[in-house]
Design a binder for this molecule. Structure first.
Ligand SMILES: [Zn+2]
Length: 306
């Protein structure tokens, strides 16, 4: 028997209560059978992902009641080789370049204190420091955080946005592929706002919820044995639309919000995959309103603290 679920009855973005099912998130945690048996007990169940009629945001209709479920899920015991390969991997370099370019355009040259939330193995910090930013990191996983600090020479603080405090210390805070993983995303945004000095900017990159759901459905048609897995194990709990992401940032006090198509990751794949990704991204950045279409597979948001 697993520890059960706690219902989530209100939209995390707008507090709306008209929530309808769009997907089911399945649990397969058998790999944790030895490391964490209570976690592995969730294998085989599923929980509906529901969409808010008022704002378009989608979220789980319930969360596992097992204490510290997400910390346990992310307590991966990675090998040294894997961590090093994550730092050296180039697959997110287009994303990192786009984030730095967006912040560079919004901040005067003298303001370059940056915190990367979810610093992982430190590749973004290293990239930012080479570009003249005074970059630091915040990372929950002790192994990747220690590696990031060692390889970049930058401070990489251990913890999450709720345990960390930095009163108005930074000019920029980045959350790249982080916010989709944390329940109650507005609490995260409100917390991060406190880390920013007045006039500082947040940069948030998340998957575009409706576009990713469509992509998964197309994949399932093209490859009959493929099963959509986006929300499995609740790895992704927050499924934003451009409008709901803007709403979340507005409600947490950010101003001058801009939402554009986010750059794609470039896996080291053969064939036309990389070219196709670049063409779709270029289209999503070029055509007016394309950020509201499935061409925008990722969303990149910026918001300013007054
Ligand atoms: Zn809502």
């Amino acid at each position: 028997m697993n520890a059960g679920f706690t219902p989530v009855t209100r939209c995390w973005v707008c507090d709306g209560d008209r929530l309808t099912r769009v997907h089911d998130a399945a649990f397969d945690l058998h790999e944790y059978a030895t490391q964490d048996p209570p976690l592995a007990e969730y294998t085989g169940v599923s929980v509906p992902i529901v969409r808010c009629a008022a704002c378009g945001f989608a979220q789980p209709s319930a969360l596992p009641a097992l204490p510290r479920y997400f910390d346990r899920l992310y307590d991966q015991r990675w090998s040294d080789e894997w961590v090093r390969a994550e730092h050296d991997g180039t697959y997110k370099d287009d994303v990192f370049a786009a984030v730095l370019s967006g912040l560079h355009a919004r901040l005067p040259p003298g303001r370059r204190r940056l915190l990367d939330v979810g610093a992982h193995a430190g590749r973004f910090i290293a990239t930012a420091r080479r570009a003249g930013w005074d970059g630091e990191g915040l990372e929950l996983n002790p192994k990747t955080g220690a590696y990031a600090a060692a390889v970049t020479g930058a401070p990489v603080h251990h913890g999450n946005v709720h345990t960390f405090d930095a009163d108005a210390r930074y000019d920029a805070v980045t959350l790249t592929d982080v916010l989709e993983h944390i329940p109650e995303p507005r609490l995260v945004l409100g917390r991060v706002r406190r880390f920013l000095a007045p006039g500082g900017w947040i940069a948030v990159k998340v998957p575009n919820g409706p576009a990713q759901r469509l992509k998964e459905r197309i994949r399932a048609v093209v490859r009959p044995r493929y099963r959509p897995t986006l929300a499995d194990n609740l790895v992704h709990v927050n499924h934003f639309t451009p409008a709901s992401l803007e709403r979340a940032l507005t409600r947490e006090g950010f101003r001058d919000i801009a939402i554009v198509a986010g750059a794609p990751e470039m896996p080291n794949e053969k064939g036309y995959g990389r070219l196709l990704r670049r063409i779709v991204f270029a289209s999503a950045r070029t055509f007016p309103g394309a950020v509201h279409t499935p061409l925008a597979l990722n969303l990149q948001a910026y918001g300013r603290r007054d």
